[in-house]
Ligand binder design. Sequence first.
Ligand SMILES: C[S@@+](CC[C@H](N)C(=O)[O-])C[C@H]1O[C@@H](n2cnc3c(N)ncnc32)[C@H](O)[C@@H]1O
Length: 226
Amino acid sequence: MKRKKVPTAAQILVERFRAFEQKLYADQLHDDRSMMKSGDRRFWHFRPSHHVASGLLTQEDVMCLSPSGKRLLSVGASPAFLEKLLPEIGVPAENIVLADKDPIRIENAGPLKVVTFDMNDPWPEMGTFDRIIFPESLCIAIGDRLKERGTAAPSSDAHPNDPLEAELLTSIMREALRRLRPGGIIRANGPMSHPKVVQKMEEALSRDGIRCDVQYKRYLMDIRIS
Ligand SMILES: C[S@@+](CC[C@H](N)C(=O)[O-])C[C@H]1O[C@@H](n2cnc3c(N)ncnc32)[C@H](O)[C@@H]1O
């Protein structure tokens, strides 16, 4: 007889998010189980459950962020389908800060706080956070800046933009790490920079005296101060 598999805590959390997606956004869900109907060719919008399934947010994060005074910063959050669902799961709205470079796309944030800035530029003062997440936004921000400043010309170097990409990634993570509370975690999902670029970021941060523990996968990065 086949034994029934017991779902993991991660699978249970994904199912909880799926249930709330149906409740809150029933008419906005795309047939693709990862996507929302809104969004366009430039910016796709993702289902909250996609973010949980990819490891951006865990049950441990939800427990960490639930008590009063705990703080989550989501950078590149617009239109905040994930973040607007979090109060249903137990993270109070007042613990959540949304950031995006585009103020218009984020205006339906309800009771959640909103800050507008470009993550590639110096970040404004907004206190410190227990978790900082980049939901499918880090690669977009870096890619856009590379298009503006990188070299498009063919080069003998196969990856001519790697140094600039490492500089951009380091600058974003420096800003995030500066705002991370002790024991805090930074996570980004979506396509990540090449491991060599991530390695260069670690070296640059180390030269600044910041030693971090970086867990890298192709579609997920997890950074903590070691
Ligand atoms: C692919 S969309 C993902 C949106 C949402 N987080 C989701 O998962 O559905 C990328 C988001 O990153 C934001 N973004 C892009 N470049 C940015 C930058 N330089 N600084 C801050 N936000 C940026 C966009 O405005 C957009 O909201």
